[in-house]
Design a protein around this ligand. Structure first.
Ligand SMILES: Cc1ncc(COP(=O)(O)O)c(C=O)c1O
Length: 432
């Protein structure tokens, strides 16, 4: 097939209506399990020789459409749809590691990811070393040792909207035979394709911009498919597993189960089976529906955010604005190089007033909602230090550069003029 534009793939990839009673939209399979028909088909289904539903804990036909679609959008070999972004992140990192191994991670990560790496994965014998300057490839290299099994970074950090040079970090990681996992949630593959910059695996909270309507919790993992995992470092991908056997009852390794994509094979066969957490059919349907309008939603938001940045930069009650397109941003050059469409619809700014005034300001907003999510059709605001990143200690806030007066705005689809007049009247009330 001729190569297709992102917008066409976002609507059509992975779906053949003839396989689903000619339904125009991907159907919702609201069932726990599927009729297996006969024992030969059962065998084909369990060995992966035939695609189809078995039991919804390990995946659904609607989820399979989403997986095929995101893999094609991203230019990856295979994908898996999971029940949340945190499931996608944790399962991926625990697949790549074993007891006694470690991860090298960028600084200034999403709060739950940061805490999972620093405090929770150690329960499984997996530790993390964090770089201080997330954009300095040398720092990642300095932290890599013989037990490092993954580099973990976010392409656009939340809430500080910092960018990183993934090409440089991937070059360092690959020199040491380590894959790079990128949380590309804020960027989405529409604005940035990590695989074109050396990354090996992408993880998403599809709860955010990919779905885009604030009505589902979902996660995605995509594997590029050409990273060569060393046998000594990653024995888990070479171990012959009965659970991955073929039609002739030959045990297979994760590498053999999905050639080139041992991480996705492991996630599907072991993590979905033993930890649960495959994305449900209804949730997959909602993500597919949202995904089909991703390009036009982001195009509009990228126009709106420029106007909001300009307004905030000229407001006397705003101390600073963080976004690569804001004046004086150290990320402007990287944004121009890697984000030709624009570096995302998330910004943060320093509120130049007291905590009480900040409370009044948030309370006075009418067209901007106060909640923790991002990537919605609605414009959302949050005071990250007391909300999305409240699990971090004040010292950790200091470390990740998250001041108490930081307000994060996730741009929605309302008219820019309405958002600006709403901000304006809220500033007036807060400083009256
Ligand atoms: C950048 C980023 N990654 C991951 C997550 C976790 O996603 P979920 O809430 O779908 O588990 C979030 C959630 O806010 C996020 O902002």
């Amino acid at each position: 097939m001729a190569s297709r534009d992102f917008s066409t793939i976002a609507i059509r990839a992975g779906y053949n209506s003839a396989d689903h009673f000619h339904s125009v939209t991907p159907p919702i399979y609201q069932t726990a399990s599927f009729d297996l028909e006969d024992i030969d088909r059962t065998r084909r289904l369990w060995t992966g020789a035939e695609a189809g539903g078995i039991y919804s804990r390990v995946g659904t036909p609607t989820g399979a459409i989403l997986e095929a679609r995101i893999a094609e959008l991203e230019g990856g070999k295979a994908a898996v749809a999971l029940s949340s972004g945190m499931a996608a992140i944790s399962y991926t990192l625990l697949t790549l590691t074993n007891q006694g191994t470690n991860i090298v991670a960028g600084s200034s990560l999403y709060g739950a990811s940061e805490l999972a790496l620093s405090d929770f994965y150690p329960k499984f014998g997996v530790t993390t070393k964090f770089v201080k300057d997330r954009s300095n490839a040398q720092e990642y290299e300095d932290l890599i040792d013989e037990n490092t099994r993954a580099i973990y970074v976010e392409s656009i950090s939340n809430p500080n909207i910092e960018l990183i040079d993934i090409d440089a970090i991937a070059a360092v990681a690959h020199k040491h035979g380590i894959p790079v996992v990128v949380d590309n949630t804020v960027a989405t593959p529409y604005l940035f394709k990590p695989f074109e910059h050396g990354a090996d695996i992408t993880v998403y909270s599809a709860t955010k911009e990919i779905n885009g309507h604030g009505n589902v919790i979902a996660g995605l993992v995509v594997e590029k498919g050409d990273f060569e995992y060393d046998k000594e470092k990653y024995p888990q991908f070479y171990k012959k597993e009965w659970k991955m056997r073929d039609l002739e009852d030959n045990s297979r390794s994760a590498y053999e189960f999905i050639p080139g994509a041992p991480v996705i094979a492991t996630l599907k066969i072991f993590f979905a089976e033993f930890f649960g957490g495959a994305l449900g059919s209804f949730e997959s349907y909602l993500v597919l529906q949202g995904l089909s309008t991703l390009p036009i939603r982001l195009d509009r938001k990228l126009e709106t955010i420029k106007k909001v940045i300009e307004y905030l930069e000229n407001n006397e009650h705003v101390e600073w604005v963080r976004h690569p397109l804001a004046k004086g941003s150290p990320y402007r050059a990287l944004a121009d190089k890697n984000f030709p469409k624009g570096p995302g619809a998330l910004l943060s700014f320093g509120f130049g007033g007291t905590r009480e005034q900040l409370g009044k300001f948030i309370k006075a907003l009418n067209n901007i909602s106060y909640h923790v999510n991002i990537g919605d059709v609605r414009t959302l605001i949050t005071n990250s230090a007391e909300n999305t990143h409240s699990e971090l200690t004040p010292e950790q806030h200091e470390l990740v550069g998250l001041p108490k007066n930081l307000l994060r705005i996730s741009i929605g689809l309302e008219a820019a003029e309405d958002l600006i007049s709403d901000l304006d009247q809220a500033f007036e009330k807060a400083f009256a």
